[in-house]
Design a protein around this ligand. Structure first.
Ligand code: PHE
Ligand code: ZN
Length: 870
């Protein structure tokens, strides 16, 4: 276990110092064996020319869980008193301004279950080095600003590992004695260690090619486990689309002659952008209609694009230090979002993006781990691959795009690449490029990088008579750990109006003669007023259109105003949002039950919307899905969960029952074969089952049995598993028999079974943890059972007995010893505990303390639990 003391070191952004040494060339040799691997490295090290001090400090390299075999400097082997190797470092005391360091270390990839560094998955070797995993491969200056030209030689058994892959271009290959062979690779682009990759195995390959805009041909290779080639085409097509899109939208061309993607089953995250050799979680590669849902296809397309886009935003221009992570991640998420908006429906994409912000990011921002998109400190960097850095980071980039417009944003991007290609830079460098390309001064905008917490914008509308109206804005931001008071943010608020009849209400700003239907108001102070003129007597404001800023907007709408917006806001996003606000208001008010009139308003609004022939089926489906419980908790300071769960059940049942005929007719008449048609039909099926699961059971069962695609098959299974029959239904077993050999489909099978409101579910979840297809060492399986349960079944996770909490804590403790990164991720699921009632707080606290007391607690888990308890 790394640094298992209970007061691990905290790293601060303000302490950043450039490295005194650089590594210009890195030559690696890997000898892969059944029990261990030998890694030889030759590092050409020299003093950083930017370092002006006369004193040469000792060279301190990072290293973890390595067995050092040999050290030599300029060809002379060092004796034991000339260097010092500790748990975390190798220190060499007397070095010169320029020298060659040779090392040999021994490592044990077959025993590495952390899935960080070099490890094995399904009989092949692969690597994961971001953020600080390269130090588990050899001693190195393992920080992103050390960019080095890599040469790699891999040696291994030829029969077991016919493929030996690394970054860049293959140089030579050949046979050796004892049935072994080797391949040598060279990557001409200097890169940080976190982008290094190696793969060795026996895999199938789908090949294709792409001709870049300057006419160069790039070979594309997609490697998967044997027998999976029929699940690769979609990922390859997505790659080709991404390459074309980045050329068209940003003028960015791919730079190497070869682009490889390898899919592995055991992976902590979604995928990794290693230069020229992406390593992917199989979940984001393998997909065909039979095995993957429509949502899976979207996920593949998005993640393939995301990793490809990193080649420019991440690899060509990388991060100076890990505090700058959002420089590459926020920007690349924004780019993949734009890509998905172009490939799919823009409004639907936007709704999905905002759901993530509201259900996870707002919660993070209001909990003990709250941090700004550019954090000030961390214990374990792996804990900061968060929705804040990624998704709020993307929202911050999106605001720049909104403020500058398409062209201004593009000009900023061009300048950013022109200035920083080949460099390791900071978020500040990015902002400066945007400012300089557009002659802006964004001093205030920088607060988005400095301050954590979700700003609240309160808006009031006052009619002054004679067609004159005032919109009054007030912003504030709650305190977060370490940040008691906040400065104002720059907040772009996109605004339109409709009148009482639901028609667009045109208006004029008081400083202009132009009549318009929409405006962008940019807040820069705590309190501001916008004066407008309109011929309409009554205005209903449609605020923060398209979620133009990651804030909580508060406006005291009454129910009928929301219903009018829900029926007729021309902005699709806000139309959806009005429905969400309407339901949220009802679900979170102080009543123990939802009143009859409120139920009636919702029913009528839904009925009207479902009958709107202009509206796209996926927007209909999204509009009638209740707000997620997690986002209702995420937006609250204190929450009575028992009341919330009951009202949520009551509302779902009511919508199911009171519109039963409508659902039935939608189910039977929505005949299209598009994802949007399937989505609406399956939402209808689900509501029918909620209304009366006995009566509609056959329908669901038939759909599961007859489906020719996984979307319909799985939706049917889910709604059956969710019903009174639940996990005891025969259809669970039928699905199992059909799919037991498809790992990714088994993940869905597991997840479907944990969503049921019956108390016995926890016992069943425990049983699933002992199922032969479950493995605690496989993160996808842990996510399929545990994460699916605790985030998808909140009523039972928060079961008043505390059994859900105990289950989570047990899993965290087990995983702490195997895969600390996944264990820490799960620990974050306790972070909302201070919002709950006293009884539940006590139960969770007990579990947090139990975790904290574990021997050999990893830094990863320690950081999360400690912050949560404080
Ligand atoms: N950099 C990866 C991405 O965003 C995510 C990742 C981080 C993967 C750390 C593995 C480990 O695409
Ligand atoms: Zn990324």
């Amino acid at each position: 276990m790394k640094n298992s003391s209970k007061n691990p070191t905290v790293k601060y952004r303000k302490d950043y110092r450039p490295s005194q040494y650089l590594i210009k060339h890195t030559d690696l040799k890997f000898q892969l064996f059944d029990s261990h691997t030998l890694v030889n490295s030759e590092l050409k090290i020299e003093k950083n020319p930017l370092d002006k001090s006369d004193v040469l400090e000792p060279l301190v390299l990072d290293g973890l869980e390595l067995e050092l075999q040999q050290v030599s400097v300029d060809g002379n082997e060092l004796s034991k008193d000339e260097y010092e190797a500790t748990d975390n470092h190798l220190t060499i005391n007397n070095v010169s301004e320029k020298f060659t360091l040779n090392l040999q270390v021994k490592i044990y990839p077959q025993k590495n279950k952390s899935l960080e560094g070099l490890y094995t998955s399904g009989g092949k070797f692969c690597t994961q080095c971001e953020a600080e995993g390269f130090r588990k491969i050899t001693y190195y200056l393992d920080r992103p600003e050390i960019m080095s030209e890599f040469k790699v030689r891999i040696e291994g058994d030829k029969a077991a590992y016919p493929l030996l892959l690394s970054n860049g271009n293959p140089l030579t290959r050949g046979d050796m004695s004892d049935g072994r062979h080797f391949v040598e690779w060279h990557d001409p682009f200097p890169k940080p260690s976190y982008l290094f990759a190696l793969v060795a195995g026996d895999l199938d390959c789908l090949t294709d090619s792409f001709t870049t805009m300057s006419g160069r041909e790039v070979k594309l290779e997609l490697y998967v486990d044997k027998g999976k080639l029929d699940q690769c085409r979609f990922a390859m097509d997505s790659l080709i689309e991404s390459m074309r899109w980045d050329e068209e939208k940003f003028g960015r061309e791919y730079d190497l002659d070869l682009y490889m993607i390898v899919a592995v089953s055991d992976f902590n995250m979604g995928a990794m952008e290693n230069k020229g050799l992406n390593v992917f979680n199989t979940k984001y590669v393998l997909a065909n209609k039979k095995t993957a849902t429509d949502a899976d296809f979207e996920g593949v397309e998005r993640v393939i694009a995301h990793e490809y886009f990193h080649n420019w935003t991440g690899n060509r221009v990388t991060c100076r230090d890990w505090f700058q992570l959002s420089l590459k991640e926020g920007l690349t998420v924004f780019r993949d979002q734009k890509f998905s908006e172009d490939m799919q429906s823009k409004a639907v994409q936007r709704i999905d993006q905002v759901k993530i912000i509201r259900s996870s990011q707002f919660a993070e921002d209001s909990g003990p781990m709250a941090h700004s998109i550019r954090p000030d400190s961390y214990i374990e960097m792996n804990n900061f691959y968060t929705v804040t850095v990624y998704n709020k980071g993307a929202e911050v980039i999106r605001m720049m795009h909104t403020l500058l417009g398409e062209q201004g944003f593009r000009a900023g991007m061009d300048l950013y690449f022109e200035r920083h290609d080949g460099q390791a830079v900071t978020c500040e460098d990015f902002i400066c490029a945007m400012e300089d390309a557009n002659q802006k001064d964004w001093a205030l905008f920088r607060n988005w990088y400095r301050q954590a917490g979700t700003p609240e914008v309160k808006v009031q509308l006052e009619s002054l008579g004679n067609g004159k109206f005032e919109l009054q804005f007030a912003q504030s931001c709650p305190a977060t750990p370490g940040q008691e008071t906040k400065k104002p943010f720059m907040i772009p608020v996109k605004i339109g109006f409709i009148n009482a009849q639901g028609d667009v209400a045109k208006f004029r700003l008081s400083d202009s003669d132009d009549v318009c239907g929409e405006t962008l108001f940019v807040m820069t102070e705590e309190n501001q007023t916008l004066t407008i003129h309109s011929d309409n007597e009554v205005l209903i404001p449609s605020l923060l259109r398209d979620f133009s800023a990651p804030v909580k907007l508060k406006f005291e709408y009454d129910q009928s105003q929301l219903a009018t917006l829900f029926a007729s806001d021309p902005n699709s996003f806000n139309r959806w949002d009005a429905g969400q606000s309407l339901m949220t208001k009802i679900l979170l008010n102080n009543e123990d039950e939802i009143s009859e009139p409120d139920l009636e308003i919702l029913k009528n609004s839904f009925a009207q919307l479902l009958g709107d022939e202009q509206l796209d089926n996926s927007l209909k489906a999204l509009a009638v899905i209740l707000p997620e419980i997690s986002s209702l908790i995420g937006r609250s300071e204190k929450i009575n969960v028992d009341r919330l769960f009951n009202k949520h059940r009551q509302l779902k049942k009511h919508i199911g029952q009171s519109l039963e005929h409508t659902w039935f007719s939608i189910y039977n008449t929505t005949s299209g074969d598009q994802p949007s048609d399937r989505k609406l039909r399956n939402v209808a099926l689900d509501y029918m089952m909620v209304a009366n699961d006995e009566q509609h059971f056959e329908l669901a069962a038939t759909q599961q049995t007859r489906a020719d695609n996984m979307t319909d098959e799985l939706s049917a299974l889910q709604t059956i598993a969710n019903s009174t029959e639940g996990y005891k239904s025969d259809y669970i077993n039928q699905f199992y028999q059909k799919w037991k050999d498809e790992e990714l489909v088994m993940d869905k099978w597991f997840s479907a079974q944990v969503i049921n409101d019956d108390e016995s579910i926890i016992e069943h979840v425990n049983a699933l943890l002992n199922h032969e297809k479950f493995s605690i060492e496989n993160p996808n399986k842990v996510r399929a059972v545990i994460t699916a349960f605790i985030s998808g079944n909140l009523p039972q996770f928060h079961n008043a007995t505390g059994a859900g909490y105990e289950l989570l804590a047990d899993t965290i403790i087990r995983l702490n010893a195997i895969n600390p990164q996944i264990a820490a991720g799960l620990s974050k699921q306790f972070n909302q505990w201070k919002k709950l009632d006293g009884k539940r707080q006590a139960l969770i606290k007990e579990q947090l303390e139990r975790i904290k007391a574990v021997d050999n607690l990893s830094n990863d888990v320690y950081e999360v639990v400690e912050k949560s308890l404080n």
